[in-house]
Design a protein around this ligand. Structure first.
Ligand SMILES: [Zn+2]
Length: 339
């Protein structure tokens, strides 16, 4: 079978590997039909992802059709359309696990980063990582469920609910997924970017107000959107030091801010604003329990995952796709590899 291997930074090979087989009773063999390229895949290709080791079969956003199941699997069956949760946790007891927050446990490992991933024609994973659709779903979109689970976690962490007014900084794939999940919960969303094309897409996908921060005044837009009350939830998907600072300054008294950065940079914050306004700042990482919820939203028609996809490439052109994402990120949103 074909698989995308990064043997060392800046080198990508379409390797021919043996097809995986069912080894354990709870294994599920999946014929992968589509996979999304993420910033972390690009980081592994460029050698800037500090978590990755080489050689690495990359890819953590993927899904497909069940090809075979181990003897002990009852949660899915051959032919099911599925999305795969790429994370595993090996520890069984820690503070994070005791309070139900295994997605941040120290033993967490992500397929495609710490261990081999999903940019392959076949992948074998434990049944617990496999989440099925109740019926057939577009195989070309099974690979983009994962980024919506990140959006779901953002909304879950910050308690986004009907009637909330939410500012999302950045209309890239994660900002857009968070926006769509927030909309599906009945929140109202204002979203920013510096690229009009991304804002047009966000508006088509449900954002009520779009603001190009290079040409429009965000403070004025927020004042109009909230009748001068200020915005109660701010999600920073731009993840630059100045955007987190801006979120703390902009949030309404008693507001909530979601931080998503994975960069190592330290950020100077106006701490007295956090005190004065009693802000709550949430970190949000990966997901816990998001897959079944996102699939239910997609099947109910409340989320359309095609909204974040801008390009499809065949698996064989993975390197071209990654290079284009590096060279022309402005033209692209989520890029999907088709198998
Ligand atoms: Zn990702």
């Amino acid at each position: 079978m074909k698989a995308v291997i990064i043997p060392q930074p800046h080198v990508l090979e379409i390797a021919d590997l043996p097809k995986p087989v069912i080894k354990a009773d709870d294994d599920v063999l999946i014929r992968v039909t589509s996979a999304g390229i993420c910033g972390s895949d690009i980081g592994i290709y460029r050698g800037t992802n500090s978590l990755a080791t080489y050689p690495r079969l990359i890819g953590h956003e993927f899904g497909g059709i069940v090809e075979a199941v181990g003897a002990g699997v009852s949660s899915c069956k051959v032919g099911d359309h599925v999305a795969v949760d790429p994370t595993t946790v090996s520890a069984t007891d820690s503070y994070a696990i005791r309070v139900g927050r295994y997605n941040v446990d120290r033993s967490l490992r992500v397929m495609g980063v710490h261990r081999d991933g999903g940019f392959a024609e076949y992948v074998s994973v434990p049944a617990a990582n496999v989440h099925r659709f109740t019926g057939p779903f577009d195989p070309a979109l099974l690979g983009v469920v994962e980024p919506y689970t990140i959006g779901w976690q953002i909304c879950e962490r910050s308690g986004i609910a009907a009637g909330d007014r939410v500012l999302i900084l950045g209309a890239g794939p994660i900002g857009s997924c968070a926006m769509q999940i927030a909309r599906s919960r009945g929140a109202r969303v204002i979203i920013t970017d510096i690229l009009d094309r991304r804002l047009e897409r966000a508006a088509a996908a449900g954002a009520e107000v779009t603001v190009n921060t290079q040409t429009d005044d965000l403070d004025e837009a927020i004042a109009a959107f909230t009748d001068d009350e200020g915005i109660e939830v701010i999600v920073d998907s731009v993840c630059r030091p100045e955007t987190l600072r801006q979120a703390v300054l902009t949030a309404a008294p008693a507001g909530r801010v979601v931080c998503l950065t994975t960069a190592a940079d330290e950020v100077a914050l106006p701490a007295a604003e956090i005190t004065k306004k009693e802000l709550t700042i949430y970190g949000s990482r990966l997901t816990r329990g998001g897959f079944p919820r996102v699939i239910a939203e997609i099947e109910a028609g409340r989320i359309d995952p095609s909204r974040i996809v801008s390009h499809h490439f065949p698996l064989e052109q993975a390197e071209t796709a990654i290079r284009q994402l590096i060279e022309n990120p402005a033209d692209m949103l989520k890029v999907v590899l088709d198998f």
